[in-house]
Design a protein. Structure first.
Length: 122
């Protein structure tokens, strides 16, 4: 059995990205869970689970991507807009840098050899 890369993205990568956004919003910008949830399009309960490490703890976000998420958070706060476009931007960067491949490799061991991304094996 295998998952499509898009399924890995939905189940693991997007939640991990939201978790990092939530952490920055809460810790650095001192937003309420409700306000952080509004920006991310999730409930304040979801934010609480992200912050307490009860959700989206299956994969790690690289320091390079965390830096980009920090830039995105600043932009979102500055313009008071939902995170939609910035999350899309982060997903694109992760694909370009093959960070998505690392997550896919973890959950798709038997199919990754057929992928055209050719992730490195460590």
């Amino acid at each position: 059995m295998y998952s499509l890369p898009q399924e890995i993205e939905v189940w693991y990568i997007i939640p991990a990205i939201r978790k990092e956004f939530a952490s920055v919003f809460i810790k650095k910008y001192k937003l309420t869970y409700e306000k952080a949830g509004e920006y991310l399009g999730v409930s304040k309960a979801a934010i609480a689970q992200y912050v307490s490490n009860k959700r989206a703890n299956k994969i790690k976000i690289t320091d390079e991507i965390k830096k980009e998420i920090g830039k995105s958070c600043k932009e979102i706060i500055k313009n008071s807009k939902p995170a939609f476009n910035e999350i899309q931007r982060i997903l694109k960067i992760m694909k370009e840098k093959k960070c998505s491949c690392e997550a896919c490799k973890k959950y798709n061991k038997n199919i990754i050899n057929y992928c055209n991304c050719s992730p490195s094996y460590s």
